[in-house]
Each structure stands twice: as structure tokens, then as C-alpha cells.
Ligand binder design. Sequence first.
Ligand SMILES: C[S@@+](CC[C@H](N)C(=O)[O-])C[C@H]1O[C@@H](n2cnc3c(N)ncnc32)[C@H](O)[C@@H]1O
Length: 344
Amino acid sequence: MIDLRKGDCLELMKDVPDSSVDLVLTDPPYNIGKDKWDKIPNYIEWCGEWLKECQRILKLSGTLYFWHNDIEQSSELVVWIKNNTDFVFNSMNVWDKGDFRALSWKNPSCESDLRTWFNTCEYCYCFVKKQGLSANDCNKAVRRYDVNYNLINLRNYFKSIAEFIGAKNTKQINEKANTRKFEHAFYVFGRKAVIEKSGKYDHPTRVGSCQWEFPNRENYNELTELFNLRDFEGFREYDDLLNEYNKSRYIHNVDKEHNNVWKSNKKNNGKQHSCKKPSDILERIIKVSSDYGDTVLDCFMGSGSTGVACINTGRNFIGIELDETYFDIAQKRIADAEKAREEQ
Ligand SMILES: C[S@@+](CC[C@H](N)C(=O)[O-])C[C@H]1O[C@@H](n2cnc3c(N)ncnc32)[C@H](O)[C@@H]1O
């Protein structure tokens, strides 16, 4: 499905249903006066509007990438996102443009003119939509490890299991202790009992640690039998837990040399758009952060580079562009890419 819309994304995104998009990959105006569309009053508030729409249309655990290269404004944006949205910062990635501007690099107009480094890169910020819990609900290790706090329900389930095991397997708990301490003591004794049986059951009950791990089927079933977990009121079957685990994990299909400095093998002639992004990098982002058949949205589509990358990787695409000339270029590029794919 390819859905191209001409007009202001602040208006047109309203027609995109809630929780219907898997990945937003977009390249907004940087507000550096590069073109007529690149001077925006109240820039951060304006970005806030489309970012809130991205939040609404993305599925839980969906991923948002946006390009930028004005560090002051993008830093403000990152703080705004932290304070005003359900997005959790994932990574700041660098597009290394290689010998871009090589000529001016070698021949600055005058030796004494240079007072900073030539900027030969752009940045791509990545956020993941979290699953409704606030950062305060998770301890530091969980925040660091789960990134979008998406596994906290599962961690809590295994905490309850440890408490259940602890309550059944110890008699030495101080009855005068308050409930919270009491529960914690059960948890500690439960963990001890689990580890005593075998180290292979240990990690699922390390609930507040970055070493927490979802158990495999065999270990979970053994644990169930060993400690009669079916007597636990909230007991859940393995498939039920696995289903939640798979749904909660955001997509991140790790590829080769998976670091955050990206190089492109494509030459950018800049003819179709002065801010055109390289198709190989876009394809890579799409493959890492979505699955075949998923839906990707670019609300500042320009010449349609994200759309072309979606065709090449078998994703659905929703593209929005305000400028008629760019819209027409995008439409043609995407149609050509579709034709080329059909002919393959
Ligand atoms: C940085 S460029 C995107 C270039 C694109 N990545 C490419 O490879 O061609 C930003 C685009 O956003 C468009 N734009 C600016 N404001 C917009 C708005 N409110 N709604 C939709 N598009 C807008 C501009 O016309 C411009 O083409």
C-alpha cells in the first residue's frame, strides 16, 4: 500500500488512524533557513505538534527516527520530547558524509577564516514509544535495559513468582516486619530457593537487574513443576508470557557492523531535493526497525526517498509533502521504483 498525500502534515496526519503505523522515519525542516520552507516561527512548538501526532499514530513500541543537524535546536527538541511525550530516547546516529565538501575542506577561502570544524555529517535521532509506564515506575537498571520500559509487567510477574516461592519455602520471616519488607523477604528467600535448585532458573527472577532474562520454555516448565507454580493465583502459561514478550519487544533487527556511524555508498546529485537522504541508509533503518509488510510514515517526504526505500524493502508507505513540485517528484520516483520492483 502506497498512500501519498499533498498538503500540510499537521492537518493531513489527523486522518491517519491511532496506533496504525509501525515506524516513522522523517526528515523535517531543520529551521536553518536553507530554503523557503525552512524558516519556522516557534519551531519547537511546531515540532511538538507533529511529534504528538507521531506518538498518536505509532503502535506501542513503534519507532520514530528524525534527521537533524542543528545541534542547539535538536537538543531543545530532545528535552521537549522527554518532558512532553511517551517517547524514550534510544540512540543518536551519525550519517558520515565522507568527502562531502572535500573541496572547501582542502581549500578554505582563507586559512584564518576557519573557527570551527567543517560539519560533514548529519544526525538521526531514534526514539521508541513506550508502553504506558513512567520512568519513575522502573529502577535505574530497568530503565537502562528495557529502554521503553516495555518488559516491566513480565518482570513483575517473575517477582510475584519469587515471592510465592519464598512464602512457601521459608518459615523464618519476622512476622512483625511491615508488609513491604515482608514481601521483599519473600522475594529474597524465593530467589534463594530458585538458585539452590539450579543456576539456570536464576535470571528470570533477577527482576530489578539489567541481567533479567525471559526464560526458555523448558526452564519455565521445570520451574513450574518444581515449585507447584500452578497453585499461584496469578499463574500464567508459557505461551501467554511468550506472546506478551514478543509483542512488547520493539523491533530491532540487528545487522552487520551495527554501530551508530552510518556511511552511504550512494552518490547524492542533489538534483531532486537539496536535502535528499541516501537510499541505502534509509533502507537499512527500515530493515532494522520494521518488518516486511509493516507500515512506515514520512510526514516530510520531500522527493520521496523514504518511499522509494519502502518499495525496495517491501513495506507499506504513507508520505506527506507540502510543496507541489517536490510532491510530483516524489510521486514519479515512487512510481518508477514500484515499476522496477515489479519487473524484477
Ligand atoms: C528536509 S526536506 C525532506 C527531504 C527528503 N528527505 C528527501 O530525501 O527528499 C523537508 C521537506 O518537508 C516539506 N515540508 C515543510 N513543511 C511541511 C509541512 N508542514 N507538511 C508537509 N511537508 C512539509 C518541505 O517542502 C521539504 O520538502
